[in-house]
Design a protein around this ligand. Structure first.
Ligand SMILES: [Zn+2]
Length: 60
């Protein structure tokens, strides 16, 4: 599993600032290239749930 590191900054999901956030991957914009998608702990938790649901659907 890739190493995940927390840093302090902006959550790109809920837009909370000065939060411990984790880099989850690049975001691609139609017009503006790429940006780093950071998410705070509650948002990471929610995204984890969505990934689990996505994986469950994919298996059916
Ligand atoms: Zn957040």
């Amino acid at each position: 599993m890739a190493e995940r590191q927390w840093t302090i900054g902006l959550c790109w999901r809920c837009e909370g600032t000065e939060e411990p956030v984790m880099w989850l991957g690049p975001v691609s914009s139609e017009y503006h290239g790429h940006g780093p998608f950071y998410a705070c702990a509650p948002c990471v938790q929610r995204l984890e749930e969505l990934v689990v649901e996505y994986g469950a659907r994919r298996d059916t």
